[in-house]
Design a binder for this molecule. Structure first.
Ligand code: FES
Length: 64
């Protein structure tokens, strides 16, 4: 599913960026060679990143 229509960024790409350590949409988009443009995707991209980082933390705390 497309998260950002300006950059044609998919949710899977945003999730991967979050797993690589990108904490926000700006950072995630930069890691994908893009940048925020109109900003209408910011809230949804933030939600996806927060969700992915929470999952990652849960997995890491279970492994510790
Ligand atoms: S929809 Fe993502 S910057 Fe416009």
């Amino acid at each position: 599913m497309i998260v950002c229509s300006c950059n044609a960024i998919r949710d899977s790409e945003v999730r991967s960026a979050a797993r690589r350590g990108c904490p926000c949409p700006d950072s995630a988009y930069r890691s994908l060679g893009c940048q925020m443009q109109c900003g209408s995707c910011r809230d949804y991209a933030t939600e996806i990143i927060d969700e992915e980082r929470a999952l990652l933390l849960a997995v890491q705390s279970r492994a510790a």
